[in-house]
Design a protein around this ligand. Structure first.
Ligand code: PGA
Length: 251
């Protein structure tokens, strides 16, 4: 069965010191063993925070929020998958709508980055989701299915088992407006169907599909109770240790 996952995405927030004090408080919780807790942190903080987690003996995972598709070379300012893995990340968030919009990341590039990350043993949190105009035109299912078809559906079966999908409608990100649990369930069921058609029912059932877009303690339980919603990718509400902990306890 797919695993319950609560993933945070700090985006470009928190200094190393702020991250460490968040973690001091967050690690005082005893989280349920059937929830995989992941925090997507700025790359400069990966090493310090993963060391801090290791010392605490807790099983919380760190994610990077991006990586380059090459293993090394003349790419000033970039980080390879092996560098983020070596720093302590086990996951990487790829294809976030902010990376697609502000850094021009295409489906092709996201596929290349995914392959490079998987080759280093990282697990990938692959993001997809439609803008508001597409939702209004009611073509959101085709739009998201196409994003998946053009990227991760080109992976082989064993790589696919290290992919977590995050459905994040762009109109719900950072806006305070959440997709209804029915809207989330409808899309997640479609995504699972697409996976089943390509890789079979067994892999589809094991793939975790997260919802993202203004998840907060007040709506997490309702969203996570949907049969095809296996958890959340949480931006704003993951910045506060107390509210992210509440979300982890919402399964
Ligand atoms: P939000 O961000 O929870 O602040 O809407 C979600 C995301 O971008 O992953």
């Amino acid at each position: 069965m797919s695993r319950n996952i609560a993933a945070g995405n700090w985006k470009m927030n928190k200094s190393i010191q702020e991250g460490v004090s968040f973690m001091d408080s967050f690690l005082s919780n005893d989280f349920p063993e059937d929830v995989n807790v992941i925090l997507g942190v700025p790359s400069v903080s990966i090493f310090a925070l993963s060391q801090q987690i290791k010392k605490s003996g807790k099983s919380i995972n760190i994610a990077a929020q991006n990586c380059h598709q090459n293993t090394s070379g003349a790419f000033t300012g970039e980080l390879s998958p092996s560098m983020i893995k070596g720093a302590g990340a086990d996951y990487v968030i790829l294809g976030h709508s902010e990376r697609r919009a502000y850094f021009g990341e295409s489906d092709d590039l996201i596929l290349e980055k995914s392959k490079a990350a998987l080759a280093e043993g990282l697990k990938v949190i692959f993001c997809c989701g439609e803008p508001l105009e597409v939702r209004k035109e009611m073509t959101h299912i085709e739009y998201v299915t196409n994003q998946i078809n053009q990227s991760i559906l080109k992976l082989n079966e064993s790589d696919m088992q290290n992919i977590i999908i995050a459905y994040e409608p762009i109109w719900a990100i950072g806006t305070g407006e959440t997709a209804s649990s029915q809207q989330a369930q409808e899309m997640h069921a479609e995504i699972r169907n697409v996976i089943a058609t390509e890789y079979g029912e067994n892999i589809a059932a094991k793939t975790s599909i997260l919802y993202g877009g203004s998840v907060k303690p007040a709506n997490a339980k309702e969203l996570f109770s949907q049969p095809d919603v296996d958890g959340g990718l949480v931006g704003g509400a993951s910045l506060d240790a107390g509210s992210f902990a509440e979300i982890v306890f919402s399964f």
